[in-house]
Design a protein around this ligand. Sequence first.
Ligand code: ADP
Ligand code: MG
Ligand code: ZN
Length: 623
Amino acid sequence: MDKKNIADNSSQKPNVNWKSLLWTIALLLILNSLVFPYLFKPKIIPTTYSAFISKVDSGLVKQVNIDGNKVYFTTPNGEVDRKGNPIDAIFQTGRMSDANLVDRLLEAESPNENCKIEFSETIPRENSPILNFLLFWVLPGAIFFFIWRNAMRSMRGKLGGNYMSFGQNKEKIYAEDEIKTTFADVAGQEEAKESLNEIVDFLHNPKKYTEIGATLPKGVLLVGPPGTGKTLIARAVAGETKVPFFALSGSEFVQMFVGMGAAKVRDLFSQANKKAPCIIFIDEIDAIGKRRDGITTNDEREQTLNQLLTEMDGFNGQKGVVILAATNRPESLDKALLRPGRFDRRVQMELPDLEGRKAILQVHLKKIQHDEIDLDLIARATSGASGAELANIVNEAALRAVRNNRNSVITNDLEESIETVIAGAKRKGKVISDEEKRIIAYHEIGHALVAAMQTHSAPVHKITIIPRTSGALGYTMQIDESERNLFSKEDLENRIATLTGGRAAEEVIFNKVTTGASNDIEQATKLARAMVTRYGMSEEFDMVALETINNPYLSSDTSLSCSPETAARIDDVVLSIVKKAHEKAKKIIRENENKMHELSEYLIKKETITGEEFMNILKNKTT
Ligand code: ADP
Ligand code: MG
Ligand code: ZN
């Protein structure tokens, strides 16, 4: 394994001897003054002064020793030690200002043969001045020094770099040699694999390329939403090429002290040059590669970025060092990073489509025991899910199979775990009154009915009124028959009408409104707003972009780019879209009130019904 100390200066060496010497002295002193005396001291029994006097008067005391303000005395008590010699019990008591004590001791009888009580006073011991100096000045100083030094060192370890005069870098950058991940582990993402295959091929037989004079792209930037397999595919490239793999996260470069991150970059590249051909992978590169905006400054990050740019320019592309980097915020990267000669190739990782989701599910299902799975259904039900989410769904399904004492996963486990991921786990303990249950059932049937009565709506797959931990009291699940990429204005209007269907049912049937529609309202508003501001679907604003998405891969947060007057008019248009959809939903429900009752009663009885059951009841009545 490699290790690299940036400045392995030997000036620190003598400290080691000093240190052990001082430690030894300190240890001996501590042992000497604290531990040994207690270790070898006989047992001392505390007693009262009056007991002492009465023992003296009764002639039971052999020896008395006065030490400071303590009085120690011995009496023969007949106990023997391990060798069989008799031991005297030692008692201790406080010294009182007893002027007669000496006279009393002189007079008293004692068990000593032909003599009185032996008594003495201990002379206070004076330490030598040198010892005192060492003990009270040098030792505490030394101890504090070492504590401080160790604290600094561990702090430096955490910050990972050089610090002040301690010019050592204890951080080591290791290359991983044997990576097992291969392209077979990355499902879908065919374009990305194709693009990266060239790099794999170059590292396998560089000659083919150098003969013609071609150089490898130095840097490849993997871009895409979280969980699409960027980290995974980078490892797969290393696994395919079987070259050393240096993997670091961008945040590992950003240090507390200016210059440390840059030193780490230098270190990384010098390591990589020695190990070429090899792959450097910088995950989440936006941590260092953020655009320099000129407003806020961050010296450390800028120095690190500059160092990275310099290193990337400096090394020879034919040597076979490839830099992969991943980010889900490509729009925030500095332009300098993206120019040719640096990260000049961009590999887009997208959320998987229907086929991609099937492939990913298959990759992960391979790792677990399972029966025949309706892959198509699961893939359709997980529209918009990332690879990471699919991996999670498969694992949840396996856990559910174990919970139900099965040794193999079935389709139903996967369906259930999708719901768990979307809506949270079932809340068994939640108490819902019959009256509320009725409202919830009508609300859900309202959604389903409005969906079913409009053309081009995704078919209803499942309706349930079992509450979930996410707070949902029930939900209606719709699954499209095939992957949709385009939605017409009518599709979106239908979708909004479906969202308002729940509330519409409450109004028509119970003639009252509840809080149960809050999530529907939020979604409907968002959709209507997007129609106006981003999709150009209103008469009023035609094809003018009024909002932009901030981080396309991370959230759907938008910023308005129009005047306040326009913003007010947008609100009006959004309102009218939602209102129109709401009216339409109410009309559908009024026209089908009988079916509403029938379906809702059925749902209350069953709690969960399938789309098929729903459609059967609906169709029986109409035909
Ligand atoms: P990213 O780096 O893009 O955020 P990761 O590479 O860390 O995502 O993916 C997380 C996990 O999701 C992977 O370990 C893998 O289990 C799963 N995963 C993501 N994409 C795929 C894919 N295309 N094929 C198989 N598994 C995938
Ligand atoms: Mg990642
Ligand atoms: Zn609803």
